[in-house]
Write a protein that binds this ligand. Structure first.
Ligand SMILES: [Zn+2]
Length: 705
């Protein structure tokens, strides 16, 4: 669909009518359909659109509004007639008296320059074949009304049909089914997506980029579309491993058919979170990408299952208010755990529950415990305490009742909004049990029910064995050596084997060496990783075994082993660097960047290449790189005190980055550098060449010294 450029003008009426709150408007109007034709110009970061809204009037109104952040409007009409409007920084108000009626239409043209919620990655750089040019959105916590005028309230659900006009060299995806892609003017195409069922606006999604696409199908026949930037295609299979199995498992386990037409997943550069469960279109962080070697260390399985579970818990049934946020996050975390249990086994399931129980207990013991059904809770509460509550509830009412309660709850409230009591009512009705004690202890109580959790965990023999072993931490090695030896017998349990190794830390007796040898020989990658991570000094008797860690199927193990070996055996540095020289490591290049740094500090290795090596290392801080790579490069350049002026400019750019984690990292590093007169002077000298907002930030930091 072609979108013409309209001449936009700001409608500057003074407010002559009473403004209603969103709560009142939700009672007065019900938006049914939003049909939007949107043209995205990533180079100028401008979005222009033509939107038609179909809505029902439930109570007579004399005005109504849409959320719209810093937008310009033209051609605003209600039921075909031009109307008086008022626009401010956050909304457009439409003055029109409307009686109770079914099919009303609002139509408008708009123009926006989104400062958040839609992100334009790398369009300012020439296409050198290496950088990822992408556009992606994030609605939750950011307001979709930065790029589309909508009611930004979870209680307003509508069917959204997006037609997106974009450069045809790229691939575009959004919520719903792609019913048509047609070439339009110049080099542009229009992708037309249609939805069948309503959702809240925070779940709107668009992603565009140079994506590779592979299609799969679930056992139930749902189309699963897997995307990935072509530059990252080496990560495709290991990242999406088990995706179909996870989908089939959750659909079966939840007992309610997947509610949407299809399911797409796409990783993007510099995403704000691990993942976001937009309806039928999960967007996730490039950080989640993994190859086969890194798969055991980090993988996408948990986030994959979590975002998919939200398609029911959050997207199909949506919280009425933030007080009931655990109905989204607790359920998504719990069902992801069940999917992980299916893939990695019972021990993994109980281990993750045990770890979260430890954290929750610590929070609770320090008086910081939070009730679950509460506004403004921490992630730990909504996610982990929420999952724990469901685990406990299932034990209490039994598998069959639990499954039926969940199924009935989802079916009863499908495409509606819910609160905690709605779920509890179903659980009580199905089980015939009074759950008021459960509600008091697990949903409303701030303290974590540690004793009950421990009793539940002890149903796992593995946890019982683990706790017995952990109870020996303070026992002298001689008194527990036989016990530790037995714990390392084949087939060693991942977590128990790791615990044995951690208890050996700092020991160098013959007894300890023998146990270490046994741990090495176990061949268990997690047990061997524990050695790499915990052994500070490598005894001569274990040197050969330790060197073999450089070949383990784990980037984390290799990184730790290379660092330790390089530090302790300087005479053999060349050998170690030779062995690891062409390895990249995780998608954040952890091993490559470590290798380059060590290479610079080892003049005997590749002396003729030192310039190129510095150039490569230093180049990784550049703004077009994914932030996880930049962060690693900044970290190592700091350690060897080798920042170029360009690195310092890149750091300043990072202090204004949209990703909180990376922005905070850069700000902290900047503060650290500014403590020294040498860097203060260098930053002062560079200041004039920085963009204005970076200059202001630098001034602020300098004043704070
Ligand atoms: Zn979530």
């Amino acid at each position: 669909m072609k979108i013409y450029l309209y001449s936009f003008f700001l409608l500057n009426f003074t407010l002559t009518f009473a403004q209603t709150s969103v709560e009142v408007q939700l009672k007065n109007l019900d938006f049914k359909n939003v049909d939007a034709q949107i043209a995205i110009a990533p180079e100028t970061e401008i979005v222009e659109g033509k939107v038609s809204y179909i809505f029902e009037v439930l109570q007579e109104v004399d005005s109504f509004f849409l959320d719209a952040q810093n937008m310009e409007f033209s051609e605003v009409k209600v039921n075909g007639n031009p109307v008086e409007t008022s626009v401010n920084d956050t909304a457009i108000w439409i003055k029109e008296t409307l009686e109770i009626s079914n099919e009303n239409q609002l139509s408008l043209n708009y123009k926006a320059s989104p400062k958040q919620a839609m992100y334009f990655i790398n369009w300012e750089y020439p296409d050198d074949g290496e950088i990822r040019k992408q556009v992606w959105t994030q609605g939750q916590g950011k307001k979709s009304s930065h790029w589309l005028p909508v009611i930004d309230n979870q209680n307003e659900k509508a069917i959204f049909n997006l037609d997106i006009d974009f450069n045809r060299d790229y691939k575009v995806l959004a919520n719903g089914e792609l019913i048509l892609k047609e070439n339009i003017e110049d080099s542009r195409s229009c992708w037309q997506f249609e939805m069948e069922d309503p959702m809240s606006s925070y779940l709107l999604a668009i992603a565009a980029g140079d994506f590779q696409q592979e299609n799969r199908e679930s056992a139930s026949g749902i189309a699963l579309e897997l995307y990935m930037d072509k530059k990252d295609s080496a990560y495709f299979e290991p990242t999406y491993r088990h995706s179909v199995a996870i989908f089939d498992f959750l659909e079966e386990e939840i007992g309610v058919a997947y509610p949407w037409q299809n399911y797409k997943q796409v990783p993007v550069q510099d995403f704000l979170y691990s993942g976001m469960e937009n309806t039928g279109a999960t967007i996730f962080s490039r950080l989640m990408l993994t190859d086969s070697i890194g798969y055991k260390d980090r993988n996408y399985i948990s986030v994959n299952a979590h975002e998919l579970a939200h398609q029911w818990f959050g997207n199909l049934v949506t919280q009425k208010s933030p007080k009931h946020h655990w109905l989204h996050e607790g359920f998504a975390t719990y069902y992801a755990l069940l999917a992980e249990r299916e893939i990695f086994g019972d021990d993994h399931y109980y281990w993750k529950l045990y770890q979260s129980a430890e954290k929750l207990k610590e929070l609770s013991d320090t008086g910081k415990g939070e009730a679950l059904a509460k506004t403004g809770g921490s992630s730990l509460t909504y996610y982990q305490k929420g999952a724990w509550a469901l685990h406990v509830l299932r034990e209490r009412i039994g598998d069959e009742n639990f499954n039926k309660a969940v199924k009935d709850y989802l079916e009863l409230y499908a495409f509606q909004n819910v609160e905690t009591a709605d779920f509890i009512t179903e659980a009580e009705r199905v089980s015939g049990q009074d759950l008021s004690e459960f509600v008091a202890n697990w949903l409303n109580q701030t303290a974590f029910q540690g004793a009950e959790a421990l009793n539940s965990l002890r149903k796992s023999k593995f946890i019982t064995d683990y706790l017995e072993l952990a109870g020996l931490r303070e026992t002298g090695l001689a008194d527990k050596a036989d016990f530790l030896k037995v714990a390392l017998n084949f087939p060693v349990n991942d977590y128990i084997g790791q615990e044995v190794v951690f208890q050996l830390e700092g020991h160098t007796s013959q007894e300890a060496i023998k146990l270490y040898k046994k741990a090495f020989e176990s061949g268990n990658p997690f047990v061997r990783q524990a050695i790499a991570l915990s052994m500070d000094e490598i005894p001569q008797e274990l040197k050969a075994e330790y060197e073999s860690l450089l070949e383990d199927e784990s980037w984390l193990t290799r990184e730790a082993a290379l660092t330790n070996l390089w530090m302790q055996f300087p005479n053999e540095n060349v050998k170690y660097l030779e062995k690891t020289k062409d390895q990249q490591g995780f998608s954040d290049k952890n091993l490559r960047i470590l290798g380059l740094t060590l290479n610079l500090a080892t003049p005997a290795f590749q002396p003729e290449k030192q310039d190129n090596i510095y150039k490569e290392l230093s180049g990784y801080t550049a703004a077009h790189n994914p932030f996880e790579i930049r962060e690693n490069a900044f970290g190592y350049l700091y350690q060897i005190n080798a920042f170029s002026d360009q690195n310092l400019k890149d750091l300043m750019q990072g202090t204004r980055h949209h990703t909180t984690r990376f922005r905070d990292y850069c700000r902290q590093l900047l503060s650290e550098l500014l403590k020294t007169p040498q860097y203060r002077e260098r930053f002062q000298r560079l200041k004039g060449s920085l963009p204005e907002n970076q200059q202001d930030f630098l001034d602020l930091k300098l004043q704070q010294l």
